[in-house]
Design a protein around this ligand. Structure first.
Ligand SMILES: Cc1cc2nc3c(=O)[nH]c(=O)nc-3n(C[C@H](O)[C@H](O)[C@H](O)COP(=O)(O)O)c2cc1C
Length: 370
């Protein structure tokens, strides 16, 4: 880890949770999961998360079942149900360039921003699932072309949101003297984006507010965060970093480990292998071969964004200490998945977040300067 990694300095690390807007939970396993994907379950979860100290909720965009997620609610529409149920939580709605056009997306987000007091953000995903694109008749672009399109998409969103008479001539999108009104409430909606490839980080450095990455060790995260921040600095920009983690927090470490062992032992092998096949194609598709999932093991894939790798598995104190280590390695935000969402978000808010705040307060300079 190097000295430049933290961007938060003394700021409190933020917490987000994955919205289970697709069925089957966040692990590809037959283990019992008391997690629902319906509207009522999610509205209650959003209320619990908000009062438990979570800042953001991130929804997923899926058009077909990719890993047993047989039902998938559309995130932009779904976000409104969550926003209506809460008053402070920010909802990050996923958007997939291709099916979405930036003119429509910019307008949807602006209207939701007015409905919800500016609490809407977007996660511009670039696509990894070729079969899904084929199923809905979308062209499948090469890896780095997908990022070129996403970058134009983000530049278009920013332009439409901030300018009148916006003109843009890209290879994928064009705008001529376009004024959209109303603009979203200020400050402009935050733009998140995820991936692990060279193209993903370079795009984040140029245009994103936030960069999401799959689960990783503090060392793996620091390598990505340093690289990203160095490239962003060359552009005179700063980008914040969020890392995925699947949290299993129990009274003893043995209990927590046993839950993860059980999740993996009861994995739906066929679904994990099918997902792994698609994901690894995507992971190897980037020119340098280092995208998400490029070196994921079977166990990593059971939580489909490598969430076990971040190792937030143990007692509240162990998990709080590891969160601070991730922060020191460059994370501004921890994105969390859980087995039984409602119960575990509440437990996390009661037992882990206060410890993180204590550790942050006790050693702010150590976090900022190490
Ligand atoms: C936190 C996070 C959330 C993501 N959410 C979605 C999603 O909802 N739908 C989707 O199709 N891809 C999603 N992705 C996939 C990315 O947009 C990207 O396609 C994938 O990570 C492969 O990128 P890479 O080859 O640059 O590593 C997500 C990735 C991350 C890290």
């Amino acid at each position: 880890m190097t000295a430049q990694t933290p961007s938060t300095g003394g700021a409190a690390v933020r917490f987000a949770y994955w919205v289970p807007n697709v069925s089957g939970g966040l692990v590809i396993s037959r283990i019992e999961q008391r997690t629902g994907w319906d509207v009522a379950y999610n509205q209650e979860l959003a209320r619990i998360a908000e009062r438990s100290g979570f800042d953001y909720a991130l929804s997923q965009i899926r058009f077909t079942a990719g890993y047993g997620a047989d039902n998938q609610h559309e995130p932009m529409a779904f976000s409104q149900a969550l926003l209506a149920a809460t008053s402070r939580l920010k909802v990050i709605a996923a958007l997939l360039p291709g099916p979405w056009n930036p003119a429509v997306a910019a307008k949807q987000v602006a209207t939701i921003s007015h409905i919800a007091g500016g609490r809407i953000a977007v996660n511009v995903v670039s696509g990894w699932f070729r079969g899904e694109f084929a199923a809905i008749g979308e062209h499948w672009l090469d890896h780095d072309e997908r990022y070129r399109r996403s970058e134009e998409f983000i530049r278009a969103l920013r332009g439409i949101w901030s300018e009148d008479s916006f003109s843009f001539r890209g290879d994928f999108y064009r705008f001529a003297d376009y004024t959209m009104r109303p603009k979203p409430l200020g400050p402009a909606p935050e733009i998140f984006q995820g991936g692990s490839s060279r193209a993903a980080r370079d795009m984040a450095a140029r245009v994103s507010d936030w960069y999401f990455t799959n689960g990783n060790t503090p060392e793996g995260l620091a390598a990505q965060a340093d690289d990203l921040r160095a490239r962003a600095a060359e552009q005179g920009r700063s980008v914040r970093v969020g890392i995925n983690a699947f949290a299993v927090v129990r009274d003893t470490e043995a209990e927590a480990r046993a839950v993860v062992d059980d999740i993996v032992a009861q994995a739906d092998g066929d679904a994990v292998r099918a997902f792994g096949h698609e994901a690894k194609n995507a992971g190897h598709a980037s020119p340098e071969g280092k995208g998400n999932w490029a070196d994921s093991t079977f166990a990593d894939l059971v939580q489909y964004n490598d969430g076990f790798r971040s190792n937030l598995i143990g007692t509240p104190r162990q998990v709080a200490e590891r969160i601070v280590a991730l922060k020191r390695a460059g994370a501004d935000l921890i994105l969390l998945g859980f087995l039984h969402f409602q119960e575990e978000v509440e437990y996390f808010g009661r037992h882990v977040i206060p410890l993180v705040r204590e550790l942050e307060a006790a050693a702010p300079l150590a976090v900022a300067a190490e």
